[in-house]
Design a protein around this ligand. Structure first.
Ligand code: PLP
Length: 389
């Protein structure tokens, strides 16, 4: 089956009483058993029947199975947010005295998680330039529990050589963990690239129209204890499983993911090309443009599409605020990959709580506007940007 077909056709775990064509939403906390031994089997993992919705729910399992068939993963666990997927994965992999090798170019909350929250529990952050394999190699030692990176950093749009990172991780027997939110798994095969554990904020491309918050831990089975620990320890003890209603909405989103992504990434490329010609825009940063320093590497790793996030640089912070205020069609909002196009000034919002020095070390510039390109007609988006300038 091709991916688009697999996204549509996944069978239920067990048949529905009414032959419902869409997966029913099982809004229940608990499940009843006919006898004590069946109950014991479920609680002790000897059967795959659900017992309590903090750790298993048929609607969520259906969503997880769809993702499994699309990615070929060994195990998929759906979480309550992208951050829950990241934090639970890093908690499963690390312990006091271990270190995480990563980058300063990270989603803001991931940066805070690694440098703040986890370091309070004795896990050392080791941030380096992940585009320099020699620098990464120098950071890794016998206490390194994983290398964590984002396939396209947000908003810098830096791209590391995944095969080089995978070779270092393999040499040291540690997992390569990637946040792949920027390119959907219908387009980018993480396992083939050498990634061991893939993490996705399903709030973004997957949810389809920004309906809900969710996250996915996609495990390719190279570290057998990992997904067991996520299911049997993290879900039980930390309780950040996806809810059935979110799984239902994101299942619907998943069915149209490939179709939406094709249009959104094509829109982004067309728009990025046209924006380069506009007065007032100092720089357009998009991996699909031939003059982008990461263009060739991105093409080799991700294929012909480059996602639907563009950044533009204007003269200064005031010009950015004026631009945001003047927009008529593009919405002033955070989030990425909604059906609607969105604009935000990252330095004063997502990265607003950080100090100037931190923003500088993370290469967050006062002059940058981040655009998430939606499903609108490109002419309308271009006209809105031109009038806002
Ligand atoms: C949004 C985002 C996250 C966090 O996901 P939530 O679902 O908002 O918790 C993590 N990584 C990247 C790259 C993101 O864009």
């Amino acid at each position: 089956m091709k991916k688009q077909t697999a996204a549509i056709h996944t069978s239920f775990q067990s048949s529905d009483a009414y032959n419902a064509l869409s997966m029913p939403v099982y809004h229940t906390a608990a499940y009843e058993f006919d006898n004590a031994s069946e109950m014991s089997d479920a609680f002790c993992g000897r059967s795959d029947r659900p017992d309590y919705s903090r750790v298993m729910n048929p609607t969520v399992t259906f969503f997880e199975n769809k993702v499994k068939s699309l990615t070929g993963a060994h195990e998929v666990v759906a979480m309550s947010s992208g951050m829950a997927a990241i934090s639970n994965s890093l908690l499963a992999l690390s312990s006091a005295g271990k270190n995480i090798v990563s980058s300063r170019h990270l989603f803001g909350n991931t940066y805070s998680l690694i440098t703040g929250t986890l370091s309070r529990f004795g896990v050392e952050p080791r941030l380096c330039d992940l585009t320099d394999p020699a620098a990464v190699e120098k950071m890794v030692d016998s206490d390194t529990c994983c290398i964590f990176f984002e396939i396209i950093t947000n908003p810098q749009m830096e791209v590391a050589d995944i095969k080089a990172l995978a070779a270092i991780a393999r040499r040291h027997g540690i997992p390569l963990v990637a946040d792949t939110t920027m390119i959907p798994f219908t387009q980018f095969g993480a396992a083939d690239a050498g990634i061991d554990i893939e993490i996705v904020s399903s709030t973004k491309y997957l949810s389809g129209g920004a309906t809900s918050i969710g996250g996915l831990v996609i495990d390719y089975g190279n570290f057998p204890e990992f997904s067991k620990r996520i299911r049997n320890e993290m879900l039980f003890n930390l309780g950040a499983y996806m809810t059935p209603h979110v799984a239902y909405m994101q299942t619907i989103g998943l069915e149209t993911l490939d179709a939406r992504y094709r249009i959104q990434s094509a829109n982004a490329l067309a728009l990025a090309r046209r924006l380069s010609s506009l007065d007032g825009i100092m720089h357009v940063n998009y991996l699909g443009l031939e003059d982008n320093p990461y263009h060739a590497l991105a093409k080799a790793q991700f294929g012909d599409t480059s996602g639907a996030m563009i950044t533009i640089d204007l003269a200064d912070r005031d010009a950015c605020f004026r631009f945001i205020n003047n927009l008529r069609l593009i919405r002033r909002a955070t989030n990425l990959f909604d059906n609607k196009s969105l604009a935000i000034h990252p330095a004063s919002t997502i990265f607003g709580p950080f100090t100037d020095a931190q923003r500088q070390s993370m290469d967050i510039k006062e002059t940058t506007i981040r655009l998430s390109v939606g499903l609108e007609d490109v002419d309308d988006l271009f006209d809105d940007i031109r009038q806002a300038l």
